[in-house]
Design a protein around this ligand. Structure first.
Ligand code: AMP
Length: 283
């Protein structure tokens, strides 16, 4: 596995592979890798000839300086995991390498960023748009892999790829969970064992929503009860939204929809977690 801290050597390496007709898959991450990330790497390996994983804690997508400081950084361990998984190359640039100058361009994703993460983390998706478009331009991948765990991020990147005609095919990879149902996240490392247990209530709330939707329970009761499941476990819920999975438009009445996404953000021991589930309604 090759490790690149600089853009030009990575590009020469990829150029060689491209010349010999190989396809390139990109898996962008912020490191502190876990099995959720590895599920993206595995999908990339199954589809692309050369797999590049980027490991970069992108400062421009953090709207909270303390959150950026506390974000786990475990590059040595990440490299071992990626090597064992069969990744071809890792791109782990410094902040200066990625941002020789601070970008002046700003993304405005319209309604897509007025809900959920966008409304609670101002500027977050501008930072995501900037770093992902930089990575797409640096790597020029045929395929790029993103987790459904960050559903809004996926939808926004899909819009950006369409609007700006990036020649990359996006793949959305399902949420990878612990046996307890807890969605894997780099931030879980900051949770005590007790908090990890409490955090399983996000998954329990999602399962309750699924059951209620299948039983035709009204959405107000669904929201109230799902919220309660989490609060009773000491979780501080930031939002629980029911949205259309492709447009993220809030849903008031499910009868006109074939599927809905339930999206949750919540704090446990001061750590912010998100989770979601897309639920098919054609039963
Ligand atoms: P991050 O390092 O948190 O920025 O995540 C990098 C990529 O991995 C993003 O596309 C995430 O959506 C994805 N990801 C993170 N956690 C999971 C998970 N539990 N299951 C699937 N994908 C994930």
């Amino acid at each position: 596995m090759e490790v690149f801290k600089e853009i030009f050597p990575l590009q020469s390496y990829l150029q060689e592979h491209r010349k010999s007709g190989k396809s390139i898959g990109l898996v962008p991450t912020m490191g502190a890798l876990h099995k959720g990330h590895l599920s993206l790497i595995n999908e990339a390996i199954a589809e692309a000839d050369v797999v590049v994983c980027s490991v970069f804690v992108n400062p421009t997508q953090f709207n909270n300086a303390a959150d950026l400081d506390k974000y786990p950084r475990t590059l040595e361990d990440d490299l071992k995991l990626l090597e064992a998984a069969g990744c071809s190359a890792v791109f782990c640039p410094s902040v200066d390498e990625m941002y020789a100058t601070l970008p002046v361009v700003k993304f405005d994703f319209g309604n897509l960023e007025k809900v959920m993460e966008g409304s609670f983390r101002p500027g977050h998706f501008n930072g995501v748009g900037i770093v992902v478009s930089k990575l797409f331009n640096i790597v020029n991948p045929d395929f790029a892999y993103f987790g459904q765990k960050d559903l809004q991020q996926y939808v926004i990147i899909a819009q950006m790829v369409s609007d700006l005609s990036f020649s990359v095919k996006l793949r959305r990879v399902p949420v990878f969970r612990e046996a307890s149902g807890l969605a894997m996240s780099s931030r879980n490392r900051r949770l005590s064992d007790a908090a990890k247990e409490q955090a399983t209530s996000l998954y329990k709330a999602l399962q309750l929503c699924k059951e209620y939707l299948h039983n035709g329970t009204d959405l107000d009761k669904l929201k109230r009860d799902a919220w309660k499941v989490m609060e009773e476990n000491g979780v501080q819920v930031e939002y629980l939204e029911i949205v259309e999975p492709a447009t993220l438009e809030p849903i008031e009445n499910i009868s006109a929809h074939k599927s809905v996404a339930i999206c949750i953000a919540a704090y446990i021991e001061g750590v912010r977690l998100i989770d979601n589930e897309i639920i098919k309604l054609d039963f």
